[in-house]
Design a protein around this ligand. Structure first.
Ligand code: SF4
Ligand code: SF4
Length: 424
């Protein structure tokens, strides 16, 4: 598949009015406005979802796994992100949401908070056994990993090489379910439920393993209504689920839906938690300059306030955050994961990356280095010609990017209205 088609975000050209909000919000300058419509340049996109968040016309969709895709599997398991527990009112407990997920068509649900706690415990072990370098950077947010691969190649070795909770959970299921259920591994579909468009890409094109243990991802937006209906219809089940809770939840793990949740699970560590794409870029710039060396773990989440602010969530992040914090305080911060289990899995490298991360280089101006240098000089001359207003009226986010597009044959000098006026 070419780089353009890998991404889950698509512009609905019928709805797009060319207002440029997406273009100005994109942190990697991956959007252009051509003929009055937005267009995503796949090569530059890191799937952060900022464009989707900022589009006032609801013209950007994220393609995730559809319900009909689930029919390919005889046995369907959902692994919901803990953010899901913050999407419904305060009276709805996590157990009831898990019951409701069964009613919408899953055969079983794997609760993720315990694995989030396991992931933090494994990160702690990694930090203990690697006193240098500092700071290490958590790998849970796939957009941060992609951003580092593209923009900060010198920081790649600082990424903690431990798989995110969703992949660890799916790996545990793959190791056990075929034997327990006595079914073929290919009959089991394991689906993540997520507020994040980037998860689909991390499943289809994983960077730290050969193949993802997950079969797909359904957005919280898509599953919200059916779950809400199931919650309303299944009052008796809800009572049963409250009286006979069958799942153990981890307060520590549940808190990882919020920025700082992962670092909160670590003991005696110097940690920093950052959220939001612009602040993440600012802090990564500082790390690149050699700062933050007295920090053990840097947790960066590109969504505001962490995964709870994911663009495919339904509830506003402030309400969702308040509900999750309430659940964390109800559950307490007592550990539910046995340290000997973490130790055994850590020693076996069960949770570790199997492939090392590689930098992702941008396509050079020309395959021939001599011609590439000539083109770079030509681009610099064009930049000097352009007015330097970075107004976006040409359909590129700034004058420098327009010059780059002209050299790559994607735009014309006359796309700049000031140059056009001068020419006339
Ligand atoms: S934000 Fe982008 S996709 Fe949405 S209407 Fe404006 S130009 Fe089109
Ligand atoms: S998902 Fe992020 S990187 Fe990709 S086009 Fe949208 S704003 Fe830009």
């Amino acid at each position: 598949m070419n780089k353009e088609n890998r991404h889950p975000l698509h512009i609905n050209t019928k709805k797009c009015v060319g207002c440029v909000h997406c273009m100005t919000s994109c942190p990697t300058k991956a959007i252009r406005i051509r003929d009055g419509k937005a267009r995503i340049i796949g090569e530059f996109c890191i799937d952060c979802g900022e464009c989707l968040r900022f589009c006032p016309q609801d013209a950007i969709d994220s393609h995730t796994t559809s319900f009909s895709d689930l029919n390919a599997f005889k046995y369907k398991v959902a692994i919901p992100a803990t953010v899901l527990y913050g999407q419904f009112d305060n009276a709805t407990l996590p157990n009831e949401i898990l019951f409701a997920l069964r009613r919408v068509g899953f055969d079983s649900i794997y609760e993720l908070s315990t694995i989030c706690e396991l992931n933090s415990a494994a990160t702690e072990k990694f930090l203990n056994s690697h006193p240098r370098p500092r700071p290490f950077i958590a790998s849970t947010c796939p957009v941060v990993v992609r951003l580092i691969q593209r923009r900060y190649p010198t920081l790649i070795d600082l990424i903690v090489p431990i798989e995110p909770p969703r992949e660890i959970a799916a790996k545990i299921l793959r190791a056990n379910l075929p034997r327990v259920l006595k079914v073929k591994p290919s009959d089991i579909g394991i689906i993540h439920i997520t507020p994040c468009p980037a998860k689909m890409v991390s499943i289809n094109y994983p960077v730290s393993m050969e193949k993802s243990y997950l079969d797909g991802a359904i957005s919280i937006r898509d599953i919200y209504k059916p779950v809400l209906q199931a919650l309303r219809q299944s009052k008796d089940e809800a009572i049963m689920s409250r009286l006979f809770p069958e799942t153990i939840f981890s307060g520590l793990g549940l808190g990882t839906a919020l920025s700082g949740g992962e670092t909160r699970g670590l003991k005696n560590r110097r940690t920093v938690a950052v959220s939001g794409i612009q602040d993440t870029i600012r802090v990564l710039n500082q790390v690149e300059m050699g700062m933050l060396r007295d920090v053990d773990l840097l947790e960066c989440m590109v969504c505001p306030d962490g995964c709870v602010g994911g663009p495919l969530a339904v509830e506003n992040r402030f309400m969702a955050k308040s509900r999750i914090l309430r659940l964390v305080s109800l559950l307490g911060e007592r550990s539910v994961v046995d340290d000997s289990d973490t130790n055994a899995l850590y020693q076996k490298n069960f949770m570790s990356f199997t492939h090392s991360l590689k930098p992702v280089k941008a396509t050079p101006l020309d395959a021939d280095p001599v011609r590439a240098i000539q083109k770079a000089k030509h681009r610099n001359r064009i930049i000097k010609q352009l007015p330097g207003k970075d107004c976006g009226a040409c359909g590129a986010p700034d004058c420098r990017t327009l010059a780059d597009d002209i050299i790559r044959g994607l735009a014309l000098l006359t796309d700049c209205p000031f140059m056009m006026k001068e020419k006339k």
